[in-house]
Design a protein around this ligand. Structure first.
Ligand SMILES: [Fe+2]
Ligand SMILES: [Fe+2]
Length: 170
């Protein structure tokens, strides 16, 4: 899955940047749902799900990091629309503070997953991280006045987001 489709060689205007951000948010939401499902099955005693959980968490970390890097570049374009320079700076600072907090949370969770920490604690930490990231994405969309994308139904096929995302930002 390419989180940043067809970006290279294309001029990025504010509308295109917002559209890409919201699409990325949707893909991240699907990944988070999927990982929570894996954690639930693991907690239910499924050994294969337990074995897959660290991988699911790694994928979330990689995907979100690609997104954060893209968003930090896209913000420069989007915030150009802010008429007042001081509000532009405030917005940028707010996003960067959020990203720092998100990166710390992802690093912590990933560390727990790699250390194979006990399953209930890992599942609980994943649930907390997922809820936090989902709220942050909702708030970003409100802040940037982006209409949320149509939510995928829970039964929608996951194949489109099943491939690992490599950390490439070019
Ligand atoms: Fe963000
Ligand atoms: Fe975001």
């Amino acid at each position: 899955m390419d989180l940043i489709p067809a970006l290279s060689g294309r001029h990025l205007d504010a509308d295109a940047a917002k559209q890409l951000l919201v699409l990325q948010h949707e893909k991240i939401r699907v990944l988070l749902d999927k990982a929570r499902g894996v954690a639930e099955r693991a907690l239910g005693g499924k050994k294969r799900a337990a074995a897959r959980l660290p991988d699911a968490i790694s994928r979330i970390r990689r995907t979100v990091e690609v997104h954060l890097q893209f968003e930090e570049r896209a913000l420069a374009v989007i915030l150009e629309e802010d008429a007042v320079p001081s509000s532009r700076a405030q917005h940028a600072a707010w996003f960067l503070r959020d990203h720092e907090r998100q990166r710390e949370a992802l690093t912590r969770l990933h560390g727990q997953a790699m250390a194979k920490s006990e399953l209930p604690g890992l599942a609980a930490a994943l649930a907390v991280l997922s809820a936090g990231l989902s709220n942050d994405m909702d708030e970003e969309e409100r802040t940037l006045s982006i209409a949320p994308a149509v939510r995928a139904t829970p039964t929608a096929p996951m194949a489109a987001v099943a491939d690992p995302v490599e950390t490439k930002t070019a």
